[in-house]
Design a protein around this ligand. Structure first.
Ligand code: LER
Ligand code: MN
Length: 268
């Protein structure tokens, strides 16, 4: 397993769930602390050029684990379930940019809150909008060797796809080989009755995992049953990325350092 940490641009809004802000300076710190990669939390794909990113990664011996897109929803209000044609077109443009970036860096694009909400609408109607646009994005991604990873997110943030089993059902409905699951154990603690058992039940679909403790602080600073999480990942023979998405509390460096000190050697 490889360990990444979530990094956003310097100007990301407080609503961006990132440990670090400022891609270049965070890369140096992530490498110094012993992380293998950075997950880039972007609101637009042109926040960094391919050339800039390539050189930052080379200088710091890091990989990109995935491109994540929560801010496309949180900062720009765009979502796959939006019935407005122009806003869906804007989302398509952004996502083709994210896929192009991921085709060189990491090969994974996350879909968390940006999948959108259902609200007062009929669920099938909203889901139809999701499947239609996401199907087109997945086809575009497949041609570029990129997989889209769907992240179930707890009910207090979004009203559509909260548990990992609900995510798995949507992955089956989508039925594309480059559309997979990305469990976040912080959300699973709220939504899934058993974290380890649920991961194992859906093991063939899990391509990426988000880590934070139950209070979203550094791993080890809450009451998550980490033995259960990592024994499940071990039984699944999970070899892909675990990415740290804890709050930058008390500050980004301390949060990232406490997490890696807790995980390295013991679990990863
Ligand atoms: C949101 O809570 C989250 O976990 C992100 O990774 C997705 O937007
Ligand atoms: Mn997450």
């Amino acid at each position: 397993m490889k360990l990444a940490v979530v990094v956003a641009s310097e100007n990301a809004l407080p609503s961006a769930f990132a440990v670090f802000r400022g891609i270049e300076k965070s890369a140096e710190i992530a490498h110094r602390l012993g992380y293998d990669g950075m997950e880039l939390a972007l609101k637009e794909s042109d926040e960094i050029t391919h050339d800039e990113l390539r050189s930052i990664l080379k200088r710091n011996s890091l990989e990109i684990s995935a491109i994540s897109t929560g801010q496309v929803f949180a900062a720009r209000g765009l979502m796959f379930t939006d019935p407005d044609k122009e806003r869906r077109q804007e989302l398509w443009k952004s996502f083709t940019g994210f896929v192009d970036l991921a085709s060189e860096f990491g090969g994974l694009v996350n879909v968390g809150r940006v999948r959108g909400s259902i609200g007062n609408r009929d669920k099938n109607e909203a889901e139809g909008l999701f499947l239609d646009l996401m199907g087109k994005v997945a086809d575009y991604a497949e041609k570029r060797g990129v997989t889209i990873i769907l992240e179930p997110v707890n009910r207090y943030e979004i009203d559509y796809i909260n548990s990992v089993d609900q995510g798995a059902e949507l992955v089956r409905k989508m039925n594309k080989k480059n559309f997979a699951l990305m469990p976040d154990v912080f959300h699973m603690n709220i939504e899934d009755a058993h974290i380890g058992e649920t991961l194992i039940r859906n093991k063939d679909m899990v391509k990426y995992v988000h880590l934070a403790d139950t209070n979203r602080l550094s791993c080890g600073d809450g009451h998550m049953d980490w033995d259960d999480v990592f024994s499940a990942l071990g039984k699944m023979k999970y070899q892909d990325w675990c990415s740290v998405e804890c709050f930058p509390i008390p500050d980004p460096v301390t949060a990232a350092e406490r997490t890696i000190k807790f995980l390295r050697g013991r679990y990863i």
